[in-house]
Design a protein around this ligand. Structure first.
Ligand SMILES: C=C(O[C@@H]1C=C(C(=O)O)C=C[C@H]1O)C(=O)O
Length: 98
């Protein structure tokens, strides 16, 4: 291996260590978010509220799109990602009500 290749391997290792830490943050963050949404689901079931709230979702999408812009994250990706999570939450809420 050349010095150049060795340096590249070190840089790659450092990036991957950061990626692993960030992935852990994402997983723990999602775990905490789902704890709250499950509590919301129980509350909605107890009070006969609908599983989804399109007005709240639209507010969140607008907020996240704006944050994504500031964070150099593709806003379309941020939107798709949040929608994906929200659909899972709504599915949980439907299960609470059945
Ligand atoms: C968590 C809620 O339920 C649903 C899920 C949402 C979410 O995951 O952020 C937002 C709105 C609702 O469609 C809520 O009403 O706040």
């Amino acid at each position: 291996m050349t010095d150049d290749t060795n340096r590249a391997a070190e840089v790659l290792k450092d990036h991957r260590a950061s990626i692993d830490r960030l992935d852990a943050i994402l997983v723990y963050t999602l775990g905490e978010r789902f704890k709250h949404t499950q509590a919301v689901g129980r509350l909605k079931a107890e009070h006969a509220l609908p599983p989804s709230d399109p007005t709240r979702e639209a507010t969140q999408i607008a907020r996240l799109t704006n944050l994504a812009d500031q964070a150099d994250l593709d806003p379309e990706f941020a939107k798709k990602f949040l929608n994906f999570i929200i659909q899972e939450v709504i599915h949980h809420h439907e299960q609470h009500q059945s």
